[in-house]
Ligand binder design. Structure first.
Ligand SMILES: Cc1cc2nc3c(=O)[nH]c(=O)nc-3n(C[C@H](O)[C@H](O)[C@H](O)COP(=O)(O)OP(=O)(O)OC[C@H]3O[C@@H](n4cnc5c(N)ncnc54)[C@H](O)[C@@H]3O)c2cc1C
Length: 384
């Protein structure tokens, strides 16, 4: 057992740190958050210097590295800024579906665009009536000559309206029983006639990212836009979650660490009752608890990534990592605000934004309750 990061992995962390230092500061982050504006220039620059799609093969402009290197990038980005970090981390959301299942033609066309920071991608699974439970879908895709004709609606879609393409989970066999055996992932380009988006409204955190409904009305795409196998889409999406949930865990981990860093710096300089507030034992214990939780979240997140890279994919471990890291992020950010007192509540001091950004990690890509279901079924196996 070796807990050391490799030389390359340490270099990646440093490269991301230097990138963040050079490309933005807290004032810019605050401005983008307040304007609800996607950090376009930062995202493009990240693509130019190879920080996006590090886990893609080199022939698609990736670095040919693994899930571990990918999550180190995500963690470090979110540690520097929870909002910009999340936006850059999710710029290629669900592109892994293409990477693992897409045809050569689709991969060649789209993956380099995402990796080089020229195109955003999206994964459209959730529907207004089907959130945690996507074993039922209302969105359908029907063959018509050389095309799929798609009708339906998705909601809460990250990068909606901005994405160059959406990997849409559709019902392709309406007769399938159970329904999830008749679902397929189909790539829909963002400029296809019949596709429209609408903002879902004001949200608590991750405000730089677009979150929209995606409405599909008689959208025609070539049959070759099928991603992977027909009627195997549900299983492909579940496999995708085994990877993407580790990335969410890293997002949560970086957010927790970033809030901790800020709180630590603050308590060392703030004085009350004639002493630094870091000298009060109650505050020292808060720091000890926060640091311990972060360390535990890091251990399980790295283990899940390492495991994934070994090819022994374990949904139970992935769900444990996402659940633990997300809870850690919420709890650590909460304590960080407490340590900063009234200043912590103020936007200028950043930790309130980290707190708002942390919460989504307990919701998207499967709520914490759904993670528990996965963990429990991993423990219990199939019960008769
Ligand atoms: C900002 C944001 C971005 C998102 N981005 C995307 C995206 O890019 N693509 C996409 O497809 N989706 C996206 N989502 C959707 C997200 O994945 C869903 O919101 C989430 O899966 C929960 O679904 P729901 O909101 O319908 O809640 P529901 O499924 O209605 O759940 C409500 C509550 O009931 C609980 N619950 C439901 N079923 C069970 C059960 N069997 N056991 C125990 N508890 C249960 C849930 O845990 C939750 O607490 C995004 C959501 C948000 C808010």
């Amino acid at each position: 057992m070796d807990f050391q990061l490799t030389k390359t992995q340490k270099e990646i962390q440093k490269a991301v740190r230097d990138f963040c230092k050079g490309e933005f500061d807290k004032d810019l982050a605050l401005e983008l958050d307040q304007k609800h504006e996607f950090p376009t220039k930062i995202w493009q620059k990240a693509g130019e210097i190879g920080l996006i799609g590090v886990h893609y093969p080199e022939e698609y402009s990736g670095q040919g590295l693994g899930c571990m290197e990918c999550i180190l990038v995500v963690e470090e980005l979110c540690r520097n800024d929870s909002s910009i970090g999340a936006a850059v981390a999710l710029c290629g959301f669900a592109s892994e579906l293409l990477m693992h299942y897409g045809s050569e033609e689709l991969k060649e066309k789209y993956l380099p665009e995402v990796a080089e920071g020229r195109m955003l991608s999206a994964g459209a699974f959730t529907e207004p009536d089907h959130g945690s439970d996507i074993t039922f879908l209302n969105t359908t895709a029907v063959r018509d000559g050389d095309a799929w004709v798609i009708n339906g609606g998705k909601t809460f879609i990250t990068n909606g309206g901005l994405a160059g393409f959406y990997n849409v989970l559709c019902q392709t066999d309406p007769e399938a029983k159970p329904g999830y055996r008749g679902m397929s992932v189909i790539l829909v380009e963002g400029d296809r006639p019949g596709l429209s988006t609408q903002d879902v409204g004001h949200k608590m955190g991750i405000r730089m990212m677009a979150t929209t409904e995606v409405i599909l009305k008689d959208v025609r795409v070539p049959l070759s836009n099928l991603v992977g196998e027909e009627n195997k889409g549900f299983y492909q999406v579940l496999n995708f979650f085994d990877e993407s949930r580790i990335q969410v865990a890293a997002q949560a981990l970086g957010t927790a660490q970033g809030a901790f860093d800020r709180a630590l710096a603050y308590v060392k300089q703030r004085e009350q009752f004639g002493r630094k507030i870091a000298q009060f034992q109650v505050n020292q214990h808060k720091l000890a608890d926060m640091a311990t939780k972060i360390e535990l979240a890091r251990l399980i997140t790295y283990k899940a990534a390492w495991n994934y890279d070994q090819g022994s994919i374990d949904p139970k471990l992935t769900s444990m990592a996402k659940m633990v890291a997300a809870r850690t992020a919420v709890e650590v950010c909460d304590e960080a605000i407490q340590l900063l007192g009234g200043y912590g509540y103020m936007t200028e001091y950043e930790v309130e934004r980290f707190y708002r950004d942390a919460k989504i990690t307990e919701i998207y890509e499967g709520t914490k309750e759904i993670q528990k279901n996965t963990i429990a079924s991993g423990i219990l196996g199939k019960m008769k």
